[in-house]
Design a protein around this ligand. Sequence first.
Ligand code: B1M
Length: 218
Amino acid sequence: MQSRELFEAMARSVVEGDSDAATELARRSVAAGIDPLEAINEGFVRGINFVGEEFSRENMFLPELVMAGEAMKSAIAVLEPEMAKAGAARKIHGKVVLAAAPGDIHDIGKSLVGTMLSAHGFQVFDLGVDVPVARVIEKVRDEGADIVGVSALLTTTMVGQRDVIEALKDAGLRSKVKVMVGGAPVTQEWAAQIGADAFGEDAVQAVTIARQLVGSPG
Ligand code: B1M
């Protein structure tokens, strides 16, 4: 199978919510030596974006969204260790506390950002989804984090990113830690409005920005 066909089959496996096929296609791409991030972006993400659009148009419904998410996660479970290998022997650039905003259970993009940061020499503490602001603050303090990253996929949960920044100020930690925000509805303007240090468009950019934030560009 050519890469292009493989990518199309990957997208289809997510649209059909077929976790077995997604797993198998991810394995096939590893065997073929395809860059795992390319497989995610050119294959599986295209599928999940299509499902998201169809969901907005009410041509697909929640069960299909759930199954597509599961298929996507199955594929990433195969590809993640391959991405992680890249960073095995690197020096640590800094510590990152990562969380999905309160009320937000989308974890695919955030986890991808975490994997990429780990693969590029950051020590990542991923607190998971729907993380209370107080828990984020506690972890930042306990670990002496260099960066805190908050992901939001819903317009209604973006406000949690601002809440984290305000809580960091209240805890006297704002000057000690850089804040990066991201997620599909998040923009540079929003990041500036809430006083974040940076906005990450995608997982690759998140790495570049994280390196800049800790003054370790290489
Ligand atoms: Co939901 N959902 N969802 N969903 N879902 C969206 C976000 C939505 C846009 C779909 C739509 O209507 N078109 C819509 C939000 C509308 C809005 O607020 N504007 C939506 C909705 C409405 C909902 C529910 C409310 C549905 C319901 O119950 N009626 C519900 C909410 C649950 C909750 O959080 N409380 C819900 C639930 C779900 C599932 C659980 C079924 C599932 C998530 C499964 C999971 O994550 N385990 C799901 C899915 C899969 C999606 C879509 C289709 C795909 C999200 C995804 O994984 N994308 C999504 C539509 C879409 O975005 N196309 C949608 C792939 C991923 C690689 O990209 O997450 O954008 P992304 O991450 C990117 C960048 O954004 C960036 O880097 C990542 C990698 O490149 N990035 C960061 C992300 N975080 C970052 C942090 C950074 C830096 C960069 O620094 C810290």
